[in-house]
Design a binder for this molecule. Structure first.
Ligand code: UDX
Length: 433
């Protein structure tokens, strides 16, 4: 099929490359000329495991190409996927629809023959209605349908999740549109549950799912705090809970709070929609407040380990919002670093992939180390903030020789406590007294 993908970010690019790999003819469209020229020059604009190989392969076989021209991407497309950003309004936190509406307005004129416009961006319930209205106004004779096609890609695992979705949700209000999407997802038929629902239900499923996952993380973080007081071990508790199939064993890892461009944005947008409809989404509101406070609490924990040292020197492993990505947006690590700086700490950071993005935010307020051991040089404590595989089994003797004090606060439970203690480290963890 001929597919246009509007937006070449963390959702659009993996989606475009994945659809090309499935045999479709894909044109990725973006307004950002730098991004498009970089992609045309064969240089990826995001870091995603497995993306590079598929990108190169499908560019070479001519299945995917990149353009700033909406006309080129839309006029021959069977399906046009909208994967543009829906950033939070800085004041109200509601999802800002300006990019979605602008894209709908621009693409309308190029609709040529029956076209399905699939909204993949995470959008407020009833966005499909407004996109439909915009396109109809611009192109009254246009033959099209608008469907909701939410993505469930995790950053760092976008390619894996594209080819191994737990489920595909299609929000279609017309059979013809549903049949077109069914054709697109034929390669998944029989392997993945493809659920066809009303468009507004599909829009709601995305928000309800992300808000639930964020709530689950806040829940296990609160249980970790409880275990620290009660003397239980949160990792044993999480294991026991996870054996209940109704709870499931994923997203039960305590940490410094959830981050990234999705959970904070989507929980706030859902809370905003609840208030707009006069529905008290108290659990989501509490999740947002709890998660915001957690970053402050974690910074306090770190400072507590060096409380007798004026202007402590802190080594930080990890600036990305999670392991496996270079993305620092809404990163708990970055927020904790900024609180530590405000409290007078001197910081050296290391992250396997996210140093450039960290530097864009932190500038020269911190030092940047070329490797994890140099980051620890003369530090009073090492704080592990992001769950990178690289941090799981450090050379502890080498680390000890670098640190001023053999002290670690591991907010991601990566380093084996017993091994660290056997090597003379004082190690602080979450959820264990
Ligand atoms: C999320 C959803 O998982 C995905 O389905 C949706 O499409 C987009 O939003 P993502 O934001 O990439 O994906 O990251 P995710 O892997 O969900 O992690 C989000 C945050 O929660 C990270 O900061 C991570 O460190 C944290 N987290 C995750 C925990 O603290 N504990 C966990 O057990 C899992």
């Amino acid at each position: 099929m001929k597919i246009g993908v509007v937006g070449t970010g963390y959702v659009g690019l993996p989606t475009g490359v994945g659809l090309a790999e499935l045999g479709n003819e894909v044109i990725c469209i973006d307004k950002d000329e730098n991004k498009i020229s970089s992609l045309k020059a064969g240089k990826l604009t995001i870091f995603e495991d497995g993306l590079e190989d598929l990108f190169v392969k499908n560019v070479q076989n001519g299945r995917i190409r990149f353009t700033t021209s909406m006309q080129e991407g839309v006029e021959n497309a069977d399906i046009v996927i909208l994967a543009v950003g829906t950033p939070p309004n800085p004041i109200t936190k509601e999802a800002d629809m300006k990019y979605i509406h602008a894209a709908a307005k621009e693409l309308a004129q190029y609709i040529n023959g029956y076209t399905v416009v699939a909204v993949k961006s995470t959008v407020p319930v009833n966005t499909g209605d407004s996109v439909e209205k915009i396109i109809t106004e611009q192109h009254p004779k246009g033959e099209f349908d608008v469907v909701s096609l939410p993505e469930f890609l995790r950053e760092g695992f976008a390619i894996h999740d594209f080819f191994n979705p737990d489920r595909i949700i299609v929000g279609a209000n017309s059979t013809r549109a549903a049949q077109m999407i069914a054709k697109l997802y034929e390669p998944f038929a029989g392997k993945t549950k493809i659920l066809y629902v009303h468009r507004r239900s599909s829009e709601t499923i995305k928000y309800a799912s992300n808000a639930f996952l964020a709530m689950k993380i806040q829940y296990i973080n609160e249980m970790a705090d409880f275990c620290e007081k009660s003397g239980a071990d949160i990792y044993e508790v999480a294991q026991g809970m996870g054996l209940d199939s109704r709870i499931g064993n994923k997203f039960l890892n305590p940490g410094p709070g959830y981050g990234g461009f999705c959970f904070p944005k989507d929980t706030n947008a859902m809370a905003y929609m609840g208030r707009a409809y006069g529905v008290n989404l108290s659990l989501i509101e509490a999740t947002i407040r709890g998660n915001d406070q957690r970053k402050i609490n974690m910074a306090d924990r770190i400072l507590q380990t060096v409380k007798d040292i004026p202007e402590p020197k802190i080594a930080v492993w990890g600036t990305a919002f999670k392991g496996g990505t270079d993305d620092c947006r809404e990163s708990p690590a970055m927020q904790i670093i900024q609180i530590l700086l405000e409290r007078g700490a001197k910081i050296t950071v290391y992250d396997p992939q996210a140093m450039d993005n960290a530097r864009k935010i932190l500038g020269d307020s911190v030092a940047y180390a070329p490797d994890m051991y140099t980051a620890a040089d003369e530090a009073d404590v090492l704080a592990v903030l992001t769950e990178w595989e690289d941090f799981k089994t450090p050379d502890l003797q080498k680390l000890k020789s670098q640190l001023k004090t053999p002290k670690i606060i591991d907010l991601r439970h990566l380093i084996n406590r017993e091994t660290a203690q056997a090597n003379g480290f004082e190690i602080f963890s979450l959820g264990i007294k």
